[in-house]
Design a protein around this ligand. Structure first.
Ligand code: PXG
Length: 399
């Protein structure tokens, strides 16, 4: 079938909860993807950071195929031989004591919320059903009914109520708002180290460390959602390392699945994890042997190929090249490592038409929050590939 026929089928038979660029992809390798007509594109979205290791990384695919031929699912009713080694690797990498494995990012966020609430009741003696979690305006933590309950984006909420209570929204990057929001029922502060979906919003240096300090002083859990920023994306293994702000609960997803399957987790102390006893929480697919094998290979690739330092070096290079563009449309360029947002001036219209033009030039990027073009290629991208992209980006942004 050609692209038009495939677009027609999607149009006819799928719900319209997305507005994709009209590109129909059928193959991918490394930083490159190909559409059904064979046209090549540089993937500068990386499935919102789920492809940090690139498309079909050979080590990950080899591991996946090997495991497919051995054992795929067991449920957690039994042990499997891939589970322990993956949990150990993840604990050592995150410098945490225990992990709890789930599948999607939203499920891991839900798990962190449950952990924090139960910890509040059991360890802090908070009165039943009174636990509060502080979150930030313009957050993005997923799409479940509880998570959208504390979204500040009307589009994500409208028509989906009633909403879950127990959350307090404060402005992002605002330490005094955090101090003021804390009360005796507060159990945790849930925050993204950089707000990706809000348009790559980088907080003031020192914000995370200070927030952590306030959480410690008030005996509440400092919970970081590193689903998008973690695993090398921002030039460190975890974005909190820029400030030495190790969280009480770390939430991971996306690239943990090596660009193949959904794998997510929370990592924390044995004290926090002790709130989970048999039957209190779970998932049919969480911790399955295929996910564990792939998850461990996904992490090993990030470590062995030094993807965080490559993201730092090539991210700085990419950022410099973007800054050198003389564009009448760019308001601001911001980000860390290979998570870069280019904000388009309102007088130049929205970001979407720029993304459409970029795709015609062979570069896949996606707008976020109307005015921002996000550039977040796989972390394996080379300087040569960035050099290939720059004149094409220039052709779109500089005229
Ligand atoms: N936290 C953060 C910081 C995220 O960026 C999630 C949680 C939720 O992960 P899951 O796996 O449940 O989608 C994200 C996801 C989309 C979309 O299509 C999702 C994200 C970014 C852009 C689009 O829903 N991030």
């Amino acid at each position: 079938m050609n692209a038009l026929e495939l677009l027609t089928l999607a149009e006819r038979y799928s719900a319209k909860n997305y507005y994709p660029l009209p590109v129909v992809l059928s193959r991918g390798k490394g930083v490159w993807v190909y559409d059904v007509e064979g046209k090549r594109y540089l993937d500068m979205l990386s499935c919102y950071s789920a492809l940090n290791q690139g498309h079909r990384h050979p080590t990950i695919i080899r591991t996946l195929k090997k495991q497919l031929d051995r054992l795929t699912l067991t449920s957690r009713a039994f042990h499997n031989d891939q589970f322990g080694p993956f949990c150990q690797y993840l604990c050592e990498l995150t410098n945490q004591e225990q992990v709890l494995l789930m599948n999607t990012g939203a499920e891991a966020v839900e798990t962190a919320i449950k952990a924090a609430r139960k910890w509040g009741y059991e360890k802090k003696g908070i009165e039943k059903d009174k636990a509060e979690i502080i979150v930030c305006a313009n957050n993005f933590h997923g799409r479940t009914t509880t998570i959208i309950s504390f979204s500040s984006e009307e589009l994500y909420r409208e028509g989906f109520g009633p909403f879950a209570p127990g959350f307090k929204i404060i402005p992002y990057d605002d330490i005094s708002a955090l101090k003021q929001a804390i009360n005796p029922n507060t159990v945790g502060f849930l925050v993204e180290p950089i707000q990706g979906e809000a348009g790559v919003i980088v907080p003031t240096p020192g914000y995370l460390a200070k927030a952590k300090e306030i959480c410690q002083e008030n005996k509440i859990l400092f919970i970081l959602d590193e689903i998008q920023t973690g695993l090398g994306r921002t030039g460190k293994m975890f974005c909190y390392e820029y400030e030495d702000a190790k969280p009480d609960i770390l939430i991971l997803g996306k690239a943990l699945g090596g660009g193949c399957i959904p794998v997510s987790a929370i990592a924390s102390s044995a004290e926090v994890m002790s709130v989970f006893t048999p039957g209190t929480h779970g998932s049919t697919f969480g911790g399955n042997p295929l996910a564990c094998a792939v998850g461990k290979a996904a992490l090993e690739v990030i470590v062995e190929e030094n993807l965080p330092s490559r993201a730092l070096e090539n991210g700085n290079y990419f950022m410099e090249r973007l800054h050198s563009l003389k564009s009448p449309h760019i308001k601001e360029i911001r980000g860390k490592g290979l998570l870069i947002g280019v904000e388009i001036k309102e007088s130049s219209g929205k970001a979407r038409p720029f993304c459409e033009k970029l795709s015609q030039k062979g570069i896949l990027a996606k707008e976020t929050h109307e005015q921002v073009v996000r550039f977040a290629p796989p972390l394996i991208i080379s300087k040569e590939e960035i050099d290939w992209a720059i004149p094409r980006i220039e052709a779109v942004l500089c005229r």
